[in-house]
Design a protein around this ligand. Structure first.
Ligand code: MN
Length: 199
């Protein structure tokens, strides 16, 4: 068996409360994320994708235009990246000197970078993701729709992501996506892990 596995959460299910409650985690991780992994394993069984790493499946299914495989693989990848983009309050650390220098060069300040991320999260129409990425030596904020992801794109290194599908925030924040995004960006981004990815 070469199944794609659901990685454990990097913290307890109540570690992000009240911004992201244990109840949201129970559905978001336990049902949505797990569901993408399960669907992906069903789709790739007996195909050329079976036995590939998740990273490789994202790239190969995108290149091949295999939409169902790509959507589920990308969502499995995006969610794993999302959980690892977040940290309990006070545990996310600070950007490394190198990352902070890049933030200042690209956005002017860390606060401006955070504001751009919140803005991208708020303005993404419908479901999607707001990303901080390194692209050709510069940092940029961008958003993607639905399952789309910068993962595996040449020259792009994802650093942090905020999930802005309604399932990410509706139980805790209802329609107040901006409040959720601001609470995540101001209080729960894992700058230490972003610094390791950037290095
Ligand atoms: Mn999600």
């Amino acid at each position: 068996m070469n199944e794609i596995t659901l990685a454990p959460l990097p913290y307890a299910d109540d570690a992000l409360a009240p911004t992201v409650s244990a109840k949201t985690i129970s559905f978001h991780y336990g049902k949505h994320h797990a569901g993408y992994v399960k669907a992906l394993n069903g789709l790739i069984a007996g195909t050329k994708y079976e036995g590939m790493s998740l990273d490789a499946i994202v790239v190969a299914s995108r290149d091949a235009g295999d939409t169902a495989v790509f959507n589920n693989a990308a969502q499995a990848w995006n969610h794993d990246f999302y959980w690892n983009s977040l940290a309990p309050a006070g545990k996310g650390g600070e950007p490394s000197a190198g990352l902070l220098a890049a933030v200042n060069a690209s956005f002017g300040s860390l606060d401006a970078c955070k504001a751009a991320l919140v803005d991208a999260a708020v303005k993404r129409f419908g479901s999607g993701w707001a990303w901080l990425v390194a692209r050709d030596g510069r940092l940029a904020v961008e958003s993607t729709a639905n399952a789309d992801t910068p993962a595996g794109r040449t020259g792009v290194k994802p650093l942090l992501v905020v999930d802005v599908w309604e399932h990410a925030y509706y139980l805790d924040w209802q329609n107040a996506r901006a409040s959720y995004a601001k609470a995540v960006v101001d209080g729960h981004l894992d700058w230490a892990s972003a610094s390791r990815r950037f290095a």
